[in-house]
Design a protein around this ligand. Sequence first.
Ligand SMILES: O=C(O)CCC(=O)N[C@@H](CCC(=O)O)C(=O)O
Ligand SMILES: [Zn+2]
Length: 347
Amino acid sequence: MQDTLMLSKDFLQLTLDNPVSLAAPFEFTLGQHTQVSVWDTGVIAFEPLSKTDAQTKSIVLSSAVHGNETAPIELCNQLITALLSETLIAAHRVLFLIGNPPAILNGTRFVEENLNRLFSGAHSRGEGLINAERLRAQKLEQYVDRFFNAAPQGGDRFHYDLHTAIRASKHEKFAIYPYPHGEPYSGEQIMFLAACGIKTVLFHHEPTTTFSYFSAHGYQAHAFTIELGKVMPMGQNDMTRFIAVKEMLTRLVSGRDLELGEFDASQVNLYQVNRSINKQFDDFSFTFADDVENFTAFPKGYILAKDGGTEIKVEAESESIVFPNANVPVGQRTVLCLVPAKDYRLV
Ligand SMILES: O=C(O)CCC(=O)N[C@@H](CCC(=O)O)C(=O)O
Ligand SMILES: [Zn+2]
């Protein structure tokens, strides 16, 4: 396995050749500087061999939590190849997670169940560990736990969970800030996102069973779900659209100066989730077309959707919609309704 990987330097190919599991975990060193550990299919850690201290960051970069969201997979694989080729040297601990390899091969968001609704123990609730996605969610939690628990005392933790959206968006790149339970938002992280070209941030209003909330709430990580554009088939992404995010992740991993300015609200669009509309009945439909973009605003009273016999109307003066998807199981989110963020606290 190690030879296969070092000959090709293509961790994604190794992962797709072994979508369910590897014969065994393996590890090796690169030069005199980096310990590389492959814990499972799609799971690879890079750790500096030099003594780590409180300045050492622990960074999780996940992709393919949804199998058809290919740009983040290509981007992460480029970073992994650079690390394996030693053109990029990790100054901090980095864990890459390729979330759902069978769904990548399938070219679909998921195979049986949406992986990004199965974290914080949701994988084991209800019917329990009945499918591959539930088992993978449990394992991904264990890998994050192992990685963050081995972090140096006092070292900052980060988790950027990289996605692309089903629809086009008025703001092409945006991040979801998991519900912080009353803690302030990080102005520095918002400026880091802006430097990545992610200039729109949504503050979530409640706990969720997403991967980013798991790391934020369970491990006090700076964690985000990040949408980098619109879903495209593998190989058809215009990678020039990700130059800024690749540059900033490269700087972060290699310990170069991030050159972030002070928090400046004029550089970003900040929204807060006003409500999440969860599906109550199988007979659910939106009143607007499939090509209506994320962040389209609707006026108060506008009928957004019909759920069984109930009309769902805009409640605030204006609400902007994001992630509308009628094709979800009863009980799950069909759309988030946003209003401009106000009265938020920053640190
Ligand atoms: O475009 C869509 O409708 C979905 C894109 C996507 O996968 N978004 C994430 C957001 C997770 C979060 O709220 O933090 C998801 O739905 O899992
Ligand atoms: Zn996604």
